[in-house]
Design a protein around this ligand. Sequence first.
Ligand code: ZN
Length: 135
Amino acid sequence: MTKTPRFWRENKNRYNLIGVKCGSCNAVYFPSRIICPDCGRKSMGKMDKFKFSGRGTVYSNTVVHEAHEQYEMQKPYAIALIELEEGARVLGQIVDCEPYEVQIGMKVKSTFRKLGQDGKSGTIYYGYKFVRERE
Ligand SMILES: [Zn+2]
């Protein structure tokens, strides 16, 4: 299993919710960008690593009924576009609640979960998902 360590290295930014912050206008982006689309050339070399808190609000959502084979056991499941409290928007699965309970404006936070499994190699993939934030 030499594939697993490479996957982990490549995806470190994804499971830690690390993006970038523009040193020119302070806008945050996830996933990372090399140049800020608003500042263009002015932002070159000023895009610093930025770790998101993982807290956010559901901006829009949908329920997925037809899933790829490896996600069979989880369907139907909720997918939402989440507006992180720092401003960036990220697509993620909402877990630990009924898919139809997910509503626009619901408070969520990221959590580290198993994403799926490669049927052939048995490799398990991890990453972030979102759960409802209890008040
Ligand atoms: Zn900028």
